[in-house]
Design a protein around this ligand. Structure first.
Ligand code: AMP
Ligand code: ZN
Length: 486
């Protein structure tokens, strides 16, 4: 088992050697979507980042149980237990049942993630399917003295908890500052302390999604679902808990408090947080109105887009940034990713066709080590991709007869590029049917023939090389030019 993997742990604010609690098993919980609307590309970035992490752990031969929930109840509009729940509101707007909303957007979420070639989690529990577990956990937190009932709702007592535990352990903020900066919700607020949060919420008469509980009819708070479902499927303490960085300050902070108050233990050993996808420096979000839907990006049907980009180009664009860095959306960056993605796919195809020599000018073992070193350094995909571009350059050079490679190095090279491109980065060929492509290529070949007739060899070469980068190889015969896929 590879134990060179180092991960950045938000909890300790440093990189740590990854040592699973019970290797080779790894338990990983990632907060899933709130299914009341279409997922935007920002959400996709987080799930693609964890897909990379999951794929790499599996590649290292860990036996991973990957749990990612679906939030289909309990998520209120405000972060402070105020407002309506997101499903009921959307259901009223669209004149549908809340569960119709949930169904529609759960399917949409799955469709989008499939298009991005992400591997489904091993378990995908829903909040509504685990009401009993959540009620049990709330009961236990009350019994342990860290929660109180009031008017049919139950709240977590942050002040009491803070006397025994460090409430802000995850983000290291000063709790007095937090209290001073938190919003006073005026007379409507029945909580004792400003940082207290709901574990169970009494249902108003018009609230449809409601369940019976020891405190009357109601529904669970948002944070308790993740604590209940992660401990049910992964145990009271598991290896990795992940989510977007925006979840650390409230949702994950409260998850830790709930688990401590119930099980007297930290829920996860490593907390991994992905950074945000931004548009002109502003976080992409539904509320900011700058959220691209994946379909808009694929078709180019959005005012900020110059053209459409394919799902694998978008996936590659995301992997070209480290998951802990922000990634700013731009047409130029996507253009570059489009070229880069094709370069790697061509290299994968071309490596199969290379001839070997009796000696080698290249040492692929070193290149391979650099790829693994990058991924072992907190899943540094951009550095790994830079190394793969080097592999692609070597492949092209061998193909052009400028570099020699022996059999041993060639099989290493072939395994390296296939493992990384397909299994770890999760990229796949996006085939255009040859019959659809034919007339287009013929048209371009004619443009090139015209350039050659005009003795414009620079343009002619540019077209040949450009097509090669796109996976199309031209062969000049005496009277005509033929083409084939690389
Ligand atoms: P939500 O459906 O709003 O609960 O979000 C689902 C996941 O997407 C959470 O882990 C969020 O942290 C993450 N997320 C939301 N906006 C962005 C963004 N702009 N970039 C990356 N991740 C995001
Ligand atoms: Zn969660």
């Amino acid at each position: 088992m590879n134990n060179n993997l180092v991960v950045y742990n938000t909890l300790t604010r440093k990189k740590e050697v990854f040592e699973p609690i019970n290797a080779p098993f790894v338990g990983m919980y990632v907060c899933g979507p709130t299914v009341y609307g279409d997922v935007h590309l920002g959400n996709c970035r987080t799930f693609i980042s964890f897909d990379l992490i999951y794929r790499y752990l599996v590649h290292l031969k860990y036996k991973v149980r990957y749990v990612r929930n679906i939030t289909d109840a309990g998520h209120l509009e405000g972060d402070h237990d105020e407002g309506d729940d997101k499903f009921s509101k959307k259901a009223r707007l669209e004149k549908l049942e809340p569960m119709e909303i949930v169904q529609r957007y759960t399917i949409g979420f799955h469709d989008v993630l499939r298009i991005f070639n992400t591997i489904p989690p091993n378990i995908e529990p829903t909040a509504t399917g685990h009401i009993a577990e959540q009620i049990e956990m709330v009961k236990e937190i009350i019994d342990n003295g860290f929660a109180y009932k009031i008017n049919g709702s139950v709240y977590f007592d942050v002040e009491k908890y803070s006397k025994e535990y460090n409430y802000t352990i995850l983000t290291n903020r000063n709790i007095d500052d937090l209290i001073a900066n938190s919003r006073d919700l005026g007379g409507q607020d029945e909580k004792k302390g400003r940082l207290d949060f709901a574990l169970w919420i009494k249902a108003k008469p018009e609230h449809i999604m409601r369940w019976p509980s020891p405190w009357g009819w109601g529904f669970p708070g948002w944070h308790i679902e993740c604590s209940a479902m992660s401990s049910k499927y992964l145990g009271d303490t598991f290896d990795i808990h992940g989510g977007g960085m925006d979840l650390a300050a409230t949702h994950h902070t409260n998850e830790i408090a709930q688990s401590q108050a119930c099980h007297h233990t930290e829920p996860a050993k490593y907390w991994l947080h992905t950074n945000m996808l931004t548009v002109n420096g502003t976080r992409m979000s539904k509320s900011a109105g700058n959220g691209f839907l994946p379909a808009e990006l694929f078709t180019g049907n959005h005012h900020l887009l110059k053209r459409g980009f394919s799902p694998m180009t978008v996936r590659f664009f995301m992997l070209q940034a480290h998951y802990r860095s922000t990634l700013d959306f731009s047409n130029e960056a996507l253009e570059a990713s489009d070229k880069g993605f094709r370069r790697l796919m061509n290299a994968c195809a071309l490596v199969e066709k290379l001839q070997t020599s009796d000696h080698s000018d290249v040492d692929i073992a070193k290149l391979s080590r650099r790829c693994y070193d990058a991924m072992n350094d907190d899943f540094n995909s951009p550095v790994a991709i830079a190394e793969l571009f080097e592999a692609a350059r070597v492949i092209n050079s061998i193909h052009d007869g400028k570099t020699c490679i022996d059999q041993a190095n060639l099989s290493l090279l072939s395994t390296l590029i296939h493992d990384f491109v397909y299994d770890i980065l999760g990229l796949k060929e996006e085939t255009i049917q040859t019959d659809e492509m034919g007339p287009l290529v013929d048209f371009i070949i004619n443009l090139r023939l015209q350039a050659r007739a005009d003795k414009d060899y620079a343009t002619s070469d540019k077209i040949r090389n450009g097509l090669f980068d796109l996976g199309i190889q031209l062969k000049d015969n005496k009277e005509s030019t033929s083409w084939s896929k690389v």
